[in-house]
Design a protein around this ligand. Structure first.
Ligand SMILES: Cc1cc2nc3c(=O)[nH]c(=O)nc-3n(C[C@H](O)[C@H](O)[C@H](O)COP(=O)(O)O)c2cc1C
Length: 186
């Protein structure tokens, strides 16, 4: 079958949906961020438009939280991606706790939450690209395997795709990595 060239389109979806938590002028704010990534092996990327209110807090505190989203949180998660802290108080949308870092509120009901420090900012014309490092990661015990690893089949993080503006669910394990490849036959 012939492939159709659809132009210069970013096809790297789905990406995980996250709720990024900040504190601005002593008040908690939440934002939905799905343009995220892993850098190296222990740093993460948050690509955030400079128009957002949240950026102010991250730049000032040099701290931020990243919270994974499951299906139970989807209405609230989408809501904090629709309205801005500039004109709406979003501080009570999620119940939260504070870990070690100031300025990085952590969502009580989210399955996996990370309090992070900002390591660097890759500045683009319209975007602050925050490079962050998790200082502490907290996981509900029901989402841990017997040997203490995060069980993503149980967490079921929600994913995002931009072209059709939709959320997707994650599924079941299909194979073991660094393993199924051994079945390759020349
Ligand atoms: C599903 C979804 C994903 C989003 N992903 C991003 C993103 O990766 N980067 C970004 O700058 N804005 C993203 N947004 C937009 C912000 O979440 C939104 O503009 C928010 O209201 C800004 O909040 P604030 O002004 O309180 O910081 C996303 C919104 C939604 C609904």
């Amino acid at each position: 079958m012939m492939k159709k060239n659809i132009g210069s389109v970013v096809g790297l979806y789905p990406t995980p949906v996250t709720i990024v938590g900040t504190e601005i002028d002593g008040k908690v704010n939440w934002i939905n961020i799905a343009h995220v990534g892993i850098i190296g092996i222990d740093y993460m990327l948050l690509s955030m438009n400079k128009v957002h209110y949240s950026n102010e807090g991250i730049k000032k505190n040099r701290t931020v939280s990243i919270n994974l989203v499951n299906q139970d949180m989807l209405v609230e998660a989408d809501y904090v991606g629709i309205v801005s802290g500039k004109n709406v108080d979003k501080s009570e949308v999620f119940e939260y706790f504070i870990g070690k870092l100031k300025g990085a509120p952590l969502i009580k009901n989210a399955p996996v939450v990370m309090e992070c420090e900002v390591i660097d900012i890759y500045d683009m014309k319209q975007y602050d690209n925050f490079i962050v490092k998790p200082v502490n990661t907290y996981v509900d015990e029901q989402y841990l395997t017997e040997n203490g690893k995060i069980d993503y089949e149980k967490v079921k993080p929600i994913l995002f795709e931009m072209p059709n503006r939709q959320y997707l669910r994650t599924g079941n394990v299909v194979a073991k990595c660094w393993n199924i490849g051994n079945e390759y036959k020349k």
